[in-house]
Design a protein around this ligand. Structure first.
Ligand SMILES: Cc1ncc(COP(=O)(O)O)c(C=O)c1O
Length: 436
């Protein structure tokens, strides 16, 4: 047992956030910083497993879960989710390569997302994935040709576009307009008829992603209900048996202290009532509903940890500069959603209104300008919480040529480096100055 191998904290049964009693998965942050250096991301795989269980416990029998790999594509994380029994939703050839390497059964892989290149579609067909979600009529034709050339009949879903309000807080499905994602309803009808008549395509059903970060169980359930009803009508019209409806992700998590978590029991209750209704409908007899959450499963189970390298300003309103910022964690700035921060210091200190910023030469590189935090000192560790999803993967690591963040995973009280930091030297070594 190394100094990093500790029994999990006694309160290690929670699912609300990786920082429990000042520890990550039972390990002191200072021990992780000593072993792996800073900055680093840390993920509690046991907590991810508990979040998977919490969701699956409330889902009725016809629902299955595919992890949206875009939320956190780290190999150790996706392999863990595969061992938990989940499928995977990939959005690129790179993510497809990752899930295949992580050992996902091809039949449990879905590929969804705009702008799939021919090589990516061909890789999906060759791998024999469960279904490709088609985003446009052009993509439908390209996929058909690829499946034909490969001698396969490719299972597909057709993606319905969704009209969102400006803040993406509510879902409005019917009448979805032409846009980047999916197709309007009239186009979906046409595409479904075309696919049903093609010997190279097997339409299974529809896909629609409602809205991001919904913590309202009723909105999520309403979205599923409405999508299933539309899919039913499209399938009947095109003359294929409706087998799959994919309602996307969007299961939300709290980012601020005063936000309430998604009510899983309510979500499960509403979905169970829907499933009971479907049982009486012959057109829905074989229906399976896929949910593809990312954020909900991994978001709260990850933190970004950086060290304070400088402090300044008055005692009552200090500014702390960290050894990493939006080069490693851009989400708070990108979507203007402040994340909770924790100063992982020993002892009791006065809470002061604190600015916490990274080392980049842009005013955007600020995590908070007004959080009440224990007055930070040089050398302190600071954790940015709830970044297990859209953290490392959604960063901008090349700006200003700092090292990338390392990634560390904790399981059963053991911490392991799952992705070493990439140094500026390594990035320089990949470049050339041509001999003009
Ligand atoms: C097609 C699709 N599925 C699933 C997800 C995952 O969403 P979330 O992490 O909000 O659950 C996304 C996110 O953008 C998506 O585009």
């Amino acid at each position: 047992m190394t100094h990093l191998e500790r029994p999990p904290a006694s309160d290690g049964e929670g699912i609300d956030g990786i920082l429990q009693a000042g520890h990550f998965g039972g390990i002191a942050p200072a021990a992780l910083a000593q072993e792996f250096g800073t900055p680093f991301y840390v993920y509690d795989l046991d907590m991810i497993g508990r979040r998977v269980d919490a969701l699956r416990t409330v889902l009725p029998s016809r629902f299955r879960v595919a992890f949206a790999v875009k939320a956190n594509p780290a190999l150790a994380v996706i392999a863990h989710l595969r061992r938990c029994g989940l499928g995977a939703d990939v959005a690129s050839g790179g993510e497809l390569e990752a899930v295949l390497r992580a050992g996902f059964e091809p039949s449990k892989i879905a590929m969804t997302g705009p702008g799939k290149r021919e090589a990516e579609l061909a890789a999906a067909v060759a791998a024999g994935i469960g279904f490709v979600t088609v985003e446009s009529v052009g993509e439908l034709r390209r996929l058909e040709a690829i499946a034909d050339a490969a001698g396969r009949r490719q299972p597909i879903l057709l993606r319905l576009s969704v009209t969102e309000d400006a803040h993406m807080e509510t879902v409005r499905l019917i009448g979805g307009v032409e846009g980047k994602f999916g197709m309007p309803l009239a186009t979906v009808y046409e595409a479904a008829r075309y696919a049903a008549a093609s010997p190279h395509l097997e339409p299974l059903g529809l896909h629609a992603f409602g809205a991001s970060n919904l913590r309202d169980a009723d909105q999520l359930a309403d979205h599923v209900a409405e999508l299933v009803e539309i899919a039913r009508q499209v399938a009947v019209d095109a003359g294929f048996a409706l087998k799959v409806v994919d309602a996307g992700g969007g299961l939300g998590i709290p980012y601020a202290d005063d936000e309430r978590p998604l009510d899983l029991d309510r979500l499960g209750g509403r979905l169970a009532a829907l499933q009971a209704r479907w049982a009486t409908d012959a057109a829905l007899r074989d229906l399976e509903v896929v949910l593809e959450p990312g954020r909900f499963l991994v978001g709260p189970a990850g933190a970004y940890v950086a060290r304070v390298v400088d402090t300044k300003g008055p005692e009552s309103a200090p500014v702390a500069i960290l050894d990493g910022g939006i080069n490693h964690a851009v989400r708070p700035t990108l979507v203007r959603s402040e994340h909770r921060l924790a100063v992982l210091s020993e002892g009791v200190r006065a809470l002061v209104r604190t600015t916490v910023a990274g080392p980049l030469c842009t005013g955007l590189d600020v995590f908070t300008t007004g959080a009440m935090l224990p007055r930070p000192r040089v050398g302190d560790l600071v954790a940015l919480l709830d970044v297990g999803a859209y953290g490392f993967t959604e960063s901008m690591p090349l700006f200003l040529s700092h090292p990338t963040a390392a990634e560390v995973a904790i399981k059963n009280g053991k911490a392991r480096l799952i992705r070493p930091r990439i140094t500026p030297t390594e990035l320089l070594d990949r470049q050339t100055d041509p001999d003009w």
